[in-house]
Design a protein around this ligand. Structure first.
Ligand code: SF4
Length: 204
């Protein structure tokens, strides 16, 4: 099985959808993420199978410009809360919160200045989106033009799926030819955790 731990997240992040890659890059750049970004990213990481202990190691390592005391005081509780270890009502206890779907990310809590959560296909300007895509390795002009058009038509899912198909072109061709994946396994992605799962399965 996959080694999903604090020290493998950097590597695994190449299989994350753009929303989560953006959070990851922002965390590495700023050694910080604001509340809603932490929540969106924590629940995603939980969804890919990162356990609470490793998630706390991951965040502590990410927030590397503050003291242990400050981390424990300001951030530890929220991570444990997301995993259902503390607080919340009794049905959430032990379970915590579910990872956000695309629909939720696209429609709730739009990011404000200095915030990195949300969906880049929706919440970034077209120019910033093109820049981010090129930074993460999407340089094909046709793919970029397609995303630009999807965004203009507010088809944010389509843009995300287009990038998935571009980034996994060879792998998808292979499973199609071999007939190992049916249509159901290649249908439109509507959840960031499905994006990761499918990418991981195709690449490993
Ligand atoms: Fe993330 Fe969904 Fe937006 Fe893709 S469409 S970047 S998975 S929120």
């Amino acid at each position: 099985g996959a080694d999903i731990s604090a020290r493998t997240i950097d590597t695994l992040s190449s299989s994350f959808p753009l929303c989560m890659q953006n959070l990851h890059r922002s965390l590495r750049r700023d050694a910080h993420l604001k509340h809603y970004g932490r929540l969106q990213y924590t629940l995603f990481l939980k969804g890919i199978g990162l356990n609470l202990e490793e998630c706390l190691i991951f965040w502590r390592g990410g927030f590397n410009k503050i003291t242990d005391d400050a981390f424990n005081k300001d951030y530890r509780y929220n991570v444990r809360h997301a995993y259902g270890e503390v607080g919340g009502d009794s049905n959430r206890r032990g379970k915590g919160y579910s990872p956000f779907s695309c629909h939720k990310i696209l429609t709730e809590h739009p990011p404000g200045p200095g915030e990195a959560h949300g969906c880049p296909y929706r919440h970034f300007s077209t120019e910033n989106l093109m820049g981010l895509l090129q930074t993460v390795g999407v340089r094909d002009q046709e793919a970029l033009r397609g995303v630009r058009e999807d965004k203009e038509k507010t088809k944010f899912h389509l843009a995300c799926n287009r990038v998935f198909e571009y980034a996994h072109k060879q792998e998808i061709q292979k499973v199609r030819e071999e007939g190992t994946w049916g249509a159901a396994q290649l249908e439109t992605l509507i959840h960031p955790n499905e994006y990761f799962k499918r990418s991981y399965l195709l690449r490993n």
